[in-house]
Design a protein around this ligand. Structure first.
Ligand code: HEM
Length: 431
């Protein structure tokens, strides 16, 4: 059978070297040439640690939508044996949450939350998101009157935790703790976590467990209108065993917080960076605010917060002519797929008027539950920045944590002065 995808014999050492560069600060600062190099090896590339890496948009989309490809649930994890990353307590906890459940467990859990952020729910949240955004951008503007400021700590690390924390009715005094625990916990979801990263993640998991188990107990004692109380009511109808109902709600609350914080913070940081580095497109958006949601989509495509998601073959499968035995992994390189020249014209050009889709929220049955909320926060923030800080400029190149799957910008020093440095990245399509 002729396949439109390319699969070539690969030099293992070249792939190892590429991933070692990708996880270093330099690789995180500029991952696109590394993804180009990986794509030049084929649409399906054998991973040196086992399984395959998928670089094309078409194949990634196909795998996400095909239920024969499954997530790495705890039964699969147990088959990998003891002493692997999959047997770490932090990994086993995440293995009980929606994102790592397969049908029929996934179906029941996902149905129980319904459309969490439908139009009505979003309408209620929008008012408080816009207020918070105005406050945060106002505070940033004050700092910038005295010189430069870090956008990440002042704005993008703050908005998601305040949004999700207020929505879930959590005490604001807990927000810094939840943010720190999320940064630590996410290591277990990285592509190749080291033993010391797993230890950090395991430790954070213990505290997260105590926190969310106590939250569920408290909402049992005094239920309200908040989502956790609502999930308890739903689960009491689905599950006659009270402890099991509480456990299901615990895993929901845990995942929602973990899934919402770093990802959205990173989207907001990346958005501020890319927009400030493209002043002509920034000017276009000020004159055409109706294009702001499209600009958010282009930020998501250009540099998604999650660069890799993993699936396993539910049976002996064939992908682009390659045999993939049951239980073997495929890593979908979402950022590479979002820059696939077979899908996008001039993929490395940041162009807010593209109007094309992307894979940054995944696809198929695990499509991100929080996508409407993340989009709304980003739209509110960009609107406020364009209104209140039209002279926002990047003062110093951003820095990233050495990760591969979960991208994390750690600092973005910005200024709002006429002396701001000339953007280096304004390309020919910078309108
Ligand atoms: C820019 C921000 C975000 C990005 C890029 C993002 C990305 C993703 C991706 C790629 C997946 C699918 C993972 C897979 O298929 O293995 C996912 C799933 C999920 N996301 Fe998000 N996410 C974001 C924000 C949020 C927010 C704000 C929430 C909650 C308030 C959230 C909750 C979830 C949940 C619960 C799932 C699991 C869905 C399932 O397995 O059925 N996410 N997200």
């Amino acid at each position: 059978m002729v396949t439109p995808y390319s699969v070539a014999p690969t030099d293992r050492r070249r792939v190892v070297s590429l991933f070692s560069r990708l996880r270093k600060p330099g690789g995180q600062e500029s991952p696109l040439p590394l993804y180009d190099e990986l794509r030049s090896m084929g649409d399906v590339v054998p991973a040196p640690w086992g399984g395959h890496l998928i670089t094309s948009f078409g194949l990634s989309d196909q795998v996400l939508r095909d239920r024969a490809w499954r997530v790495t649930d705890n039964e699969w994890a147990a088959r990998q044996g003891q002493g692997t990353r999959w047997s770490a307590p932090s990994s086993r906890q995440i293995g009980q949450t929606l994102v790592r459940l397969n049908p029929p467990h996934h179906t029941m859990m996902r149905r129980s939350v319904g459309n969490m952020f439908d139009r009505r729910a979003l309408g209620d949240i929008r008012i408080s998101v816009e207020k918070t955004t105005d406050r945060l951008v106002g505070r940033l503007a004050e700092h910038l009157r005295d010189g430069v400021a870090d956008f990440v700590s002042l704005v993008s690390e703050e908005l998601p935790v305040r949004t999700i924390g207020e929505w879930m009715g959590l005490p604001p005094a807990d927000f810094p703790l939840l943010r720190d625990l999320t940064h630590a916990q996410v290591f277990t979801q990285e592509l190749l976590p080291t033993p010391s990263q797993l230890a950090i993640s395991d430790e954070a998991t213990v505290t997260l467990h105590q926190y969310f188990a106590a939250l569920v107990r408290e909402r049992r004692r005094s239920p309200g209108d908040d989502p956790v109380s609502q999930w308890l009511r739903t689960w009491d109808e689905l599950e006659p065993d009270r402890d099991r109902a509480d456990e299901a709600v615990y895993y929901l609350a845990l995942l929602v917080v973990l899934a919402a914080l770093e990802t959205t913070s990173n989207l907001l940081s990346t958005m501020a960076w890319l927009i400030a580095e493209h002043p002509r497109q920034m000017g276009w958006l000020r004159a055409h605010p109706q294009d702001i949601p499209g600009a958010v989509e282009e930020v998501l495509r250009y540099d998604p917060p999650i660069h890799v998601v993993t699936r396993v073959a539910g049976d002996d499968m064939t992908l682009a002519g390659i045999d993939v035995p049951k239980d073997e992994t495929v890593h979908l390189m979402l950022a590479a797929a979002n820059h696939d020249p077979a899908q996008y014209a001039d993929p490395h050009i940041f162009d807010i008027r593209r109007k094309v889709g992307h894979l940054s929220f995944g696809g198929g049955i695990h499509y991100c539950v929080g996508a409407p909320l993340a989009r709304m926060e980003a739209t509110a923030l960009l609107t406020a920045l364009l209104r209140k800080l039209p002279g926002l400029s990047v003062h110093r190149d951003p820095q990233w944590a050495p990760r591969v799957a979960f991208r994390r910008m750690t600092t973005l020093t910005v200024s709002d002065s006429a002396s701001a440095r000339v953007p280096e990245q304004a390309g020919p399509r910078d309108l």
